[in-house]
Design a protein around this ligand. Structure first.
Ligand code: DX5
Ligand code: ZN
Length: 216
């Protein structure tokens, strides 16, 4: 069964406590938290103080997706704020291997995210060190965009690399995931689905999460 990670970026920030409660009661596995710095991506979202509060509102896994430059400067701060898993972008890291080791030494699960233009083959020499790869299926920075179809091929290629080496690495897909395309994304080889607007803009978010969870 897929791991479902709703993205709080699409939630109502005025009602954050209730949104967290809804996710706690739902079949969501992880809370996906999108941090944007206005430099790596052309948008600014939320940061450490907000994550600290969300941490207090759930015992579920806090999966933090850093869309920021120089993420190594903030690794420890995000750990302290409550992150269980930390994802950094390949395109934002000059010393990716060092950054991944730093995340793991702090006791978090480590992942690398790839923008739509970055081939999965760029992970050839780091894959064995990763707990997860996040394949962006839209250009990062905004919720509510459409899924880029070429992502299917990237998922299949990455799945093959992981399978051939017998690794336990998870594949996470982020951007434009809906109850309609979830099945095909999972069949291509994904393990974790991030969904923002599809969940929070739906009439019954818990039912939408359930539908994503049961997609095959
Ligand atoms: C985009 C973020 C995503 C976003 C997904 O930069 O990384 O997590 O919130 O939103 P939807 O599901 O609406 O595409
Ligand atoms: Zn994200």
């Amino acid at each position: 069964m897929a791991i479902i990670a709703p993205s709080l970026l699409a939630s109502n920030f005025l009602r954050l406590e209730e949104e967290c409660k809804m996710l706690n009661e739902s079949q969501a596995d992880w809370f996906h938290l999108d941090v944007m710095d206005g430099r790596f991506v052309p948008n600014i979202s939320f940061g450490l103080p907000v994550i600290e509060q969300i941490r207090k509102a759930t015992t579920k896994v806090c999966d933090v997706h850093l869309m920021i430059e120089e993420p190594e400067k903030f690794t420890e701060a995000f750990r302290k704020a409550g992150a269980d898993r930390l994802t950094v972008h390949l395109e934002a890291c000059r010393h990716l291997h060092r950054n991944i080791q730093q995340i793991k030494q702090l006791g978090m699960q480590a992942a690398v995210a790839l923008n739509p233009h970055s081939p999965v083959e760029l992970l050839n020499d780091i894959l064995q060190d990763l707990d997860m790869v996040l394949i962006m299926s839209v250009n990062p920075g905004f919720g509510g965009q459409s899924f880029i179809p070429h992502t299917f091929q990237k998922i299949r290629n990455l799945k093959k690399m992981i399978h051939e080496r017998g690794l336990p690495t998870l594949i996470q897909i982020d951007g434009g995931v809906t109850t309609e395309n979830a099945g095909s994304i999972l069949r291509a080889g994904a393990d974790v689905l991030v969904a923002g607007s599809n969940v929070f803009r739906s009439a019954d978010p818990k039912a939408t999460i359930k539908a994503l969870k049961n997609a095959v």
